[in-house]
Design a protein around this ligand. Structure first.
Ligand SMILES: [Zn+2]
Length: 373
């Protein structure tokens, strides 16, 4: 890769260094274009389609009729609430434990369950999980690789095991935030074959080492496609059928439950209500900044600009203040978890710094070559 420049979307603030983003000839990113398209969607019609689709799955004997992969955050909680209390479904909420859960996340999950939800909380073998988290932080600059496999695998494993035929995901990331959309159907129904194919070359079955046996890897391994098809599990993107915005989800859920936000602003951004449940999130987003040159504030402001909750100017000012801020808040917990000292930690971070987009100078230290501002 030879980076000559980084272009930022003229409407939001997303750079073209974001993996899979595509810009049109006017310099607008596909997330913005998708958002514009949403104004032409007949949402009443989509809702009708949704009702028709879920009707055959509805439980009439007390069994769970659907699974919501659930972090306890505003998005998945809004979905669970709507399914149960607006659509009369009987969801089972399934959580793959955060790497390092924090108090806000625990509190919000508890507040929700008290309002009448069944919940399955899965904690993987913590010895193995620590080894994998550390390994992928070092090798790939992403401590959440194993966690990501786990949140994908456990809800589907649960569906197969309990014969639950419907799973609700939030949004199809590629169409919502930029990326390649194969066809209209892939925005609506999650294609299990595609998910598994994405893992080829990185199948958790290949993560066996001296310290980690194949049996240790069970929580991360996706069921075979035949198993999924035998049960007839189908999974839908809730956001295809309902207009989606993280801000509106937040407003919705805080009216329903005593939803707590973080006591302090989240490091690297201006929000206190998004992605709150794992202490590792701050460092995850910081590493995105190191690798791709944009941090959590660019991500958050871009989403709000796309939804017309913020102007580009306002977003830019927030990014000037917060983007790329070092996530010091949970640093000690993270170092303890990784069994590393600060020096080792910074060495790993710099190992993943993309020098196509960063330059180091004696007086200023590391600087982005093509900054947003
Ligand atoms: Zn954009």
């Amino acid at each position: 890769m030879d980076v000559k420049n980084i272009n930022y979307c003229h409407k939001c603030l997303m750079p073209d260094s974001r993996p899979r983003v595509v810009f049109n000839e006017k310099g607008i990113c596909n997330a913005c274009l998708n958002m514009e398209e949403k104004n032409n969607i007949d949402w009443d019609q989509r809702k009708k389609e949704f009702i028709q689709l879920i009707e055959p799955f509805r439980s009439r004997n007390g069994s769970w009729d659907c699974i919501v992969p659930w972090s306890g955050g505003k998005d998945s909680s809004s979905i669970a609430w709507k399914l149960k209390y607006e659509y009369g479904m009987n969801p089972l909420l399934v959580t793959f434990s955060p790497i390092l859960p924090n108090n806000v996340g625990n509190y919000n999950r508890e507040a929700m369950i008290r309002e009448g939800f069944d919940h399955l909380y899965f904690r993987p073998n913590q010895k193995v999980h620590q080894i994998l988290t550390k390994r992928f932080f070092i090798e790939r600059g992403n401590p959440k690789v194993a966690w990501d496999a786990g949140i994908n695998a456990i809800p589907v494993q649960t569906a197969v095991r309990h014969n639950i035929k419907l799973i609700f995901y939030a949004e199809h990331g590629e169409s919502e935030y930029g990326g390649k959309v194969l066809d209209e159907n892939s925005k609506k129904i999650r294609n299990f074959t595609e998910v598994i194919e994405h893992q080829i070359g990185d199948n958790p079955q290949n993560w066996e080492t001296e310290d980690v046996s194949i049996n240790d890897l069970n929580p991360y391994i996706y069921p075979e496609i035949e198993e999924i098809e035998n049960v007839g599990v189908k999974s839908l993107y809730f956001a295809y059928f309902h207009r989606w915005s993280m801000y509106e989800n937040y407003n919705y859920i805080k009216e329903k439950i005593d939803f707590h936000t973080s006591e302090q602003r989240t490091c690297g951004t201006f929000t206190d209500f998004d992605s709150l449940d794992d202490k590792f999130d701050d460092i995850y987003y910081y590493l995105q900044y190191i690798k791709f040159g944009f941090g959590r504030c660019v991500r958050d402001t871009s989403r709000l600009i796309q939804n017309n909750h913020m102007t580009r100017e306002e977003g830019l000012n927030l990014c000037k203040k917060y983007d790329g801020e070092f996530p010091s808040l949970w640093l000690n917990d993270i170092l303890n978890y990784l069994e590393m000292n600060e020096r080792e930690f910074y060495e790993i971070i710099d190992k993943h710094r993309n020098d196509e987009i960063w330059r180091n100078s004696n007086d200023k230290g590391w600087q982005l070559k093509f900054p947003l501002i």
